[in-house]
Design a protein around this ligand. Sequence first.
Ligand code: KIV
Ligand code: ZN
Length: 538
Amino acid sequence: MTDDVQQSETQSGDPADRVKIFDTTLRDGEQSPGISLNAQEKLEIAQQLSRLNVDIIEAGFPITSPGDFEAVQMIARNVEGPVICALARTGFQDIDAAWNAIKDSERPRIHTFIATSDLHIERKLRTTREDVLGQAKAAVAHARQYTDDVEFSPEDGSRSDVDFMAEVVKAAIDEGATTINIPDTTGYAIPEEYAEILRGLYERVPDLHKVTLSTHCHQDLGLAVANSFAGVLAGARQVECAVNGIGERAGNASLEEFVMLLHTRRPAVGVWTGIKTRELSRTSRLVSRLTGYPVQPNKAIVGRNAFAHEAGIHQDGVLKERRTYEIMDAETVGLASNALVLGKHSGRHALKNALEELGYKIDGETLNQAFKRFKEIADRKKEVTAMDLEAIVSDELRDDTRAYSFDWFDLHTSSDGEPKAQVKVTKPDGEQVEGHGTGDGSIDAIFAAINDATGLTARLAEYRVEAVTSGQDAIGEVSVVIEVDGRMAAGQGVSTDTVQASGRAYARALTNVERRRGVVDEAEGAAASAAAPNHAVP
Ligand code: KIV
Ligand code: ZN
């Protein structure tokens, strides 16, 4: 018998049993190999995380690059609701950069960390336990000068000597840390062991009961959600996780899996989160779209097949009674929200209203552009669904200053059967340039023509096309990853025409490469002046 609980969209219950969701998609998630989001894309994800109602957004690691500093600052200034957190090592320069990036947020948090395992202390930090203890204390005290919301993590906690880790945790609490997070940095722990570490810390540090204990588990052995859950059973009330489970190496605990575990088995587990579960699917799609990281079809909760039934016996069972083979309702995670929302004759006002229902408040020129795209798509598609709108808007809402835009193309086949493309592209400085190209297929020819037009020698590393919704007239969403002079960047494009979507995706990836170059130059100045003179960001 399953616990199929009908719950309101935002859950409620005893505050002592509420598990805070600390989302690290934009920090640990963004450290995934090949992912590099620009500030605008990070802001778009942070706004969706706020709609999802996460408690804390770890927006980035500001000292690491001027681009990261700019993104965290933009999120701190523009995203309301969740606590906005920035990561810092124990050095004061790190902490100052973190503070400078988040200080305009209504609810800023500094998260500082240092490794406590002997392996890391001796081999990586090349220092002593005593020094680590001193650095932890000083860092928390320094961070507390700025904000009373300070989190401390003993990195590689699950492989640390518990007595020493307890000593460091106690010192951090004494200096004013309000959240203590125990990372299973290498994804090495097993659930009972991880829970035992947390229980051991509670025994050794009674004051741990006065602050929030947090989990941060990696997925190297596939146990990230299981370990996080074990941590919650041992008393943790904050779980660090990432949308689609992205993160360093094999990733972090998957936010959607952890949330739906608590939601679906609530009577058995007793604890709850404040997540608006109906936003889960949409959040997953956005993160996948902007990071260029596909979601595997059989991924729990948000995979394309998570609610699909193949075997006849299963289909028959579900038709008779859904709960025979389903423990959750697709509606609860927002997967069934693909109902028709607009028709071919819908006007600007209807589009604006539909977008507002989806949480997008747009006006002026952006609305005009979105309306133009909507009309193009509505002319070719019978039904324009919420998912289509989501794709159009996320394609249209990007900040396109300093962007390459894919304006026009022509394709034909030469007498020897080779595809030939001609394109017009506008460069970031506003100049429109033309290019010609040939290739193995139409898309290859278009990309060669864009390279010819822009004079950039981009190499295509990955290409993926997916239908946003089902049906022959579905909108195609193309994701590309390109490499220019050793820099990788992803781009996405949306259209009912795959060639058009591919050109847009390629142009956007070129923009992301260039923007990163531009951001480096521009933000360097901003970050340096934002940081105190003796604490410049490197
Ligand atoms: O995995 C880890 O140890 C981390 C810390 C910075 C919290 O990401
Ligand atoms: Zn991590």
